[in-house]
Design a protein around this ligand. Structure first.
Ligand code: ADP
Ligand code: MG
Length: 497
């Protein structure tokens, strides 16, 4: 009963949602816990509530700046002042002020990168950390769709802190990824709470097209007739911008683009506008949305299919967090597999580049090599991959390597590249297989995560003859809304500049 009282007094909720209570009880018993609950299920509560019972602080490793800022803002709004996010975006004065009184904070959000900072670690070591939380834990796994090498040093960080109990949270992890998370975080006697990835309130629609132009026409129509707000995912930054401009012009909608190539300030601003309900829809790459807590997103459209089922489930999961009916619409045409296949190619250096990179690394120390790598013509993902592999192969440990040793390093890394590439291409095949297969879409998603279908809503999916009728906007748009939008923009910019 005490838990219910805390739930009410700190969060204003009357009852726990499915799964929350059991997981919190395990966390309170100081067990290592891995929980997989669908997006919107309420995973933050799993560490927030124990925060009010444990006497030490809760350290939360979170993958995205925007996500951290969002969480901190929500907690502050709810009256919790002892909360802070430490990241590279903070101005130095503020950071030093925070670090000097770090133990005053109950909830400390950090990025995996900042956790490498010896100064921060030194502060943390001298504090009591009651719980080590890893949010979006699938990022740890090299088989996860958001793989981040820095996440691999989390186990070391945890050890330095005296191995506090660990809580790993994710919404989408296949069996393979879950095993990897446990291993990478060195979780002992771990208790797993694995819930279905199914989102019962989401209807799945898949529509095929012959050409991209037809698809543009359809997305224009959908953005006009669907009840928003919504997200439209594209596979490239250029497409996010094109589509946003196209919709703004043709539909007079309040649309903005969001992608990783934009300045951090702009991204945070767009995210805020979207969260505040100032945008009808956002055209974004997969850089947008992780952990975003906007309850009333009514539709998620994929203008391009994502690269794997896990990414798809994460992205559509942003719809209908308020549990109200919402729709996921995927549009595709014949050539759509090309972009993701190319993107997968670009995530790795090719053979000649690998030879060049190994030669360069054998002549430089780590710092110089990384500087040199900055200007080298491969993608940032490929750069991260190389840095990580070279670290693993001890390329920077000052001992000169013989030709034979370098050849072995080359072969080892090349094998890794081939294995990872093949894995990703298989995942892409699985995604496209799901798109075209004449089988209930919900059943197909569950299968990909090793589950069976037990429940179907009435408006299930394209194959089960669902329609988008319930998701149409019946309200007439105000004719001058575009100009109001301009006014709003002007107002917003006049405040930030
Ligand atoms: P997740 O991380 O699982 O995607 P969040 O932790 O962001 O989800 O929670 C989603 C929303 O659900 C938040 O607005 C949160 O306040 C709300 N929520 C969480 N637990 C409960 C509960 N027991 N009762 C009502 N609302 C809840
Ligand atoms: Mg979350």
């Amino acid at each position: 009963m005490q838990l219910e009282r805390l739930l009410k007094s700190h969060f204003g909720f009357n009852s726990f949602r499915k799964g929350q209570r059991e997981i919190i009880e395990d966390v309170l018993e100081k067990k290592d816990v891995l929980s997989m609950l669908p997006t919107g299920a309420g995973k933050s509560l799993l560490y927030l509530l124990p925060g009010y019972i444990f006497d030490g602080s809760i350290l939360i490793v979170s993958p995205l700046l925007s996500l951290m800022e969002d969480q901190v803002e929500q907690l502050k709004k709810a009256g919790e002042k002892r909360v802070v996010a430490i990241n590279s975006f903070m101005d130095p004065g503020e950071r030093s002020r925070v670090l000097h009184q770090l133990s005053k904070f109950k909830f400390i959000y950090v990025s995996p990168e900042i956790l490498q900072s010896p100064f921060l670690m030194n502060k943390l070591i001298h504090m009591k950390i009651s719980l080590f939380v890893v949010d979006e834990a699938h990022c740890i796994s090299q088989w996860g769709h958001e793989f981040r090498p820095h996440y691999l040093s989390l186990s070391e960080a945890r050890r330095k802190l005296g191995s506090p109990p660990c809580l790993a949270l994710t919404a989408t992890a296949t069996e393979e990824v879950r095993e990897d998370i446990k291993k990478q975080l060195e979780m002992k006697n771990v208790v797993c709470h694995i819930h279905s990835v199914d989102r019962e309130n989401i209807t799945f629609i898949v529509e095929p097209f012959f050409t991209c132009d037809e698809k543009m026409e359809r997305v224009k129509e959908l953005a006009k007739i669907l009840k928003g707000p919504g997200i439209i995912y594209t596979s490239t930054r250029a497409w996010a911008e094109n589509l946003s401009a196209f919709l703004m012009e043709s539909n007079q909608l309040k649309v903005a683009a969001y992608h990783g190539g934009m300045e951090t300030h702009d991204r945070l601003l767009i995210q805020k506008q979207f969260l505040n309900g100032q945008l009808d829809c956002i055209c974004a790459t997969n850089a947008f949305g992780m952990g975003i807590n906007k309850p009333n997103i009514r539709y998620v459209i994929h203008f391009h299919p994502p690269a794997n089922m896990e990414a798809y489930v994460q992205e559509i999961g942003r719809a209908g967090r308020d549990q109200c009916p919402s729709v996921a619409i995927l549009l595709y045409n014949e050539g759509d597999k090309e972009i993701p296949s190319l993107l997968i190619e670009h995530e790795f250096p090719d053979e000649n580049q690998l030879i060049e990179l190994i030669q360069a690394a054998s002549l430089m120390d780590k710092e110089r090599f990384l500087q040199w790598l900055e200007g080298y013509g491969i993608s940032s993902t490929a750069k991260r991959f190389i840095e990580f592999q070279f670290e693993q192969e001890k390329m920077f440990n000052r001992e000169e390597k013989t030709k034979e040793q370098l050849a072995i390093v080359f072969q080892t890394i090349l094998n890794h590249i081939q294995k990872r590439k093949q894995y990703k291409l298989n995942k892409l095949d699985e995604m496209f297989h799901w798109i075209v297969k004449k089988e209930c879409k919900r059943r197909g998603i569950l299968k990909a995560f090793g589950e069976h279908l037990t429940y179907k809503n009435k408006n299930c999916c394209t194959i089960c003859e669902a329609t988008i009728q319930p998701f149409l906007n019946h309200k007439k748009r105000e004719p001058d809304s575009f100009f109001q939008w301009e006014k709003e923009l002007h107002y917003i910019f006049s405040r930030v500049t």
